[in-house]
Design a protein around this ligand. Sequence first.
Ligand code: NDP
Length: 487
Amino acid sequence: MSSTLLKNFIHGRYVSHNDNTCFDVINPATGEIIYAVEAASEALLEQSLLSAQQGFIKWSKTPAIERARILQRAAAILRERNDELARVEVLDTGKPWQEAAVVDVQTGADAIEYFANLCPSMMGEQQSVGDDFFYTRHEPLGVCFGIGAWNYPLQIACWKAAAALAAGNSMIFKPSEETPRGATLLAEILIEAGVPAGVFNVVHGDGKVGNYMVEHPAIAKVSLTGEVGTGKKVMAAAAGTLKKVTMELGGKSPLIVFDDADIDEAVTGAMIGNFYTQGEVCTNGTRVFVHQDCYDAFLERLLERSKNNVIVGNPLDPKTNLGALISSSHMHKVLDYIQLGKDQGATLAFGGERIKPLGCENGFFVGPTIFTDCTDDMRITREEIFGPVMSVLKFATEDEVIQRANNSDFGLAAGVFCKDIRRAHRVIAQLEAGICWINAYGNSPVEMPVGGYKQSGIGRENGIEAFRSYTQTKSIYVGMNKLEGPF
Ligand code: NDP
């Protein structure tokens, strides 16, 4: 890979179109341009489609056990190259090294390994109907299109590729313009592991590139990770050809702390659910509902730990645990929300400012921010901010908090901290959210299906459900007696 110019990766190699349509990628921690990327032209997109169709023919005929072996090799290479890949993610996203080194590459490799192990054991069914019988085949869909967000670039590419490829599909992937390297390096690794050329291509560009592919009749399915607004556009574009869609979208998730909770643990959950990856996590529990009887104790501990334990700094420094936001414009969006919170009457209990760490003065850092005296109708408690901004809300009764937690168009995640196990399960059962945690927050092992209720998404990633979503069922009826008819 060129260190200064990243090209599209098609049919097992980097491809150039020489028409000079490039865009820059900026290191969010320094504000410096770190490399340029060639955007895919229409001709190149067509080339990627042709290649993916060829790749599909070969890959879908490859025995599942062989597909599994190849994908397992890819997972092993990802793990071997962990530090190099994690560094790429840190430079592209601004997230702390201490996270990327243990999460981003590893969870990507986990997904490839999990789906690789699953694919040889996915069987069809057979059933007798009188003398006749039928059987089912779970067949791949064809060429799928993955669209990635910028917060977990390599992990998102791995999650989508893992399920799609294990099921025998080929995939063309468009990473976010802001973080295009992770997916491209994955494409290299898949080739090195033995995946045939064309089975995983990467095309670069903005929403227009994405839209071209979403509308294209040669694409069988689209899987998007992005904002709700983008999801609506992508779904509308996919409707023209009635494509299958998986949508992993945004959220404004509730995290509920009951009065019997272990306060320190609940504070840990709230801090993970708001400050991990500097708040740029779709499942963040940004509406922290705290029971009135433990509110003061919770807040005291939260403020103390936010003040003493959060280290904002150069993301490559292993001590840093809160990095830079993805871009200058995103940082200003987050700062605007903080101003809005103050204007609408919330109390800024902590943080709320841009930070310029030593050596990273031009980076896009916002310190951990905590609002109290929030109400349910404030924009900071209704809209996804996607930065380290927590809103703390007080509640009195179980029924009240369930109703308030569900009062959102989003429905991605939810968390409950309490020791009463009956209450924990009773409350979770009533929450309108696809991913829920009890006395935990944020962990998402590949075995567990993840996805949103309401406007937070359609379909699921990970788990067996995701594998199925990359297949279509064919039923084959077999007549065992001479066919009689009325004609
Ligand atoms: P965006 O929705 O802005 O972008 C997501 C991707 O879609 C990018 O690659 C973008 O291209 C592309 N895109 C934009 N417009 C179109 C279009 N019309 N057709 C096809 N593709 C298009 O999201 P962000 O990148 O800003 O990521 C943050 C969002 O992602 C948050 O809302 C977050 O909650 C959500 N998210 C959801 C997750 C989940 O699993 N539910 C996980 C992670 C994030 P480009 O930006 O390059 O122009």
